[in-house]
Write a protein that binds this ligand. Structure first.
Ligand code: ATP
Ligand code: MG
Length: 264
């Protein structure tokens, strides 16, 4: 199913992203619930002005520093991430030496295989977490997301979870892992419990992480650890919420001044 989106449509980019997810749904990569989750994300993207803002840029740097200094970094991939940014996920894994692992809330052998195929077509040589390979369990998670690969998330010290559920983020943090989340909602449990939260759309955040990784790879370990140590996630989340609040106030103010001058 191909829908023609005119380039001059004011929401062309957003509509193209939706089409990618619908296509992913029809190909068995994206779960129906993934479409709804995307809608929740879009609403927050609207509030931040569909841009990567300063605090998110700092979180991206810290996240890349964490991946580059990790012993066993893993990038957890779900249907939405695979449908939206497969090439950049593979690139990020290559540059940082991270493993790619399929991890789904709605697990089915078909969906796991479909995601594996998408990643392989994007150049991935190894994809963990598929079928019998997801034989380990992480404690305290009720959903199928508890199933992990003993060569991947189970032994990982740093896990990147683009789009995650709050329960599992909390469980992974409790296991002592550094959890990097990408979540447009700074108020979600995922955003609030992760070690490093990037409040940005994965469409922008993953490519920005690839650029940051290219820039930071090969830098002294001490510099990377400094970036990591100076990062404060609570402070960063507070700045993101403040950014949204200020932006909304500015917009409201500009409406009030037009209203008082008799405009619409
Ligand atoms: P939590 O379980 O963390 O409390 P939730 O239950 O509200 O969050 P979920 O349905 O578990 O949300 O996951 C969807 C999350 O993914 C939402 O918080 C949404 O903001 C985020 N999200 C969806 N699409 C994107 C995207 N393209 N980029 C970044 N974040 C996204
Ligand atoms: Mg949730």
């Amino acid at each position: 199913m191909q829908i023609n989106i005119p380039d001059d449509h004011p929401r062309a980019e957003s509509l193209r992203i939706r089409e990618k997810l619908i296509e992913g749904c029809l190909n068995g990569v994206v779960a129906y619930a993934g479409l709804i989750a995307h809608g929740r994300g879009e609403a927050f993207d609207y509030l931040i002005g569909e841009q990567t803002v300063e605090p998110a840029k700092r979180a991206i740097e810290a996240a890349v520093a964490a991946l580059l200094t990790a012993e066993h970094p893993v990038i957890s991939v779900n249907g939405n991430a695979a449908a939206l940014v497969p090439q950049d996920l593979v690139k990020l894994a290559e540059i940082t030496g991270a493993k790619l692992e399929v991890n789904l809330f709605y697990r089915s052998p078909e969906r796991e295989e479909a995601i594996k195929r998408v990643l392989e077509s994007a150049g991935a040589k190894e994809v963990l977490g598929v079928g019998e390979n997801a034989s380990a369990r992480i404690p305290e998670v009720g959903s199928e997301r508890r199933r992990v690969d003993p060569r991947g998330i189970l032994i990982a010290d740093v896990v990147l979870v683009p789009l995650e559920d709050g329960d599992r983020t909390e469980a992974l943090v409790k296991m002592g892992k550094t959890v990097i989340a990408i979540d447009l909602n700074p108020l979600s449990r995922t955003a609030q419990t992760a070690t490093i939260t990037i409040v940005d759309n994965i469409i922008r955040a993953i490519p920005a992480m690839v650029s940051a990784a290219q820039r930071l790879k090969g830098q002294e370990d001490s510099l990377l650890r400094k970036i990591l140590n100076e990062f404060d996630n609570r402070q960063n989340l507070a700045e993101m919420i403040e950014f949204i609040a200020n932006r909304l106030k500015e917009i409201a103010k500009s409406k009030m001044s037009t209203a008082s001058s008799g405009g619409f």
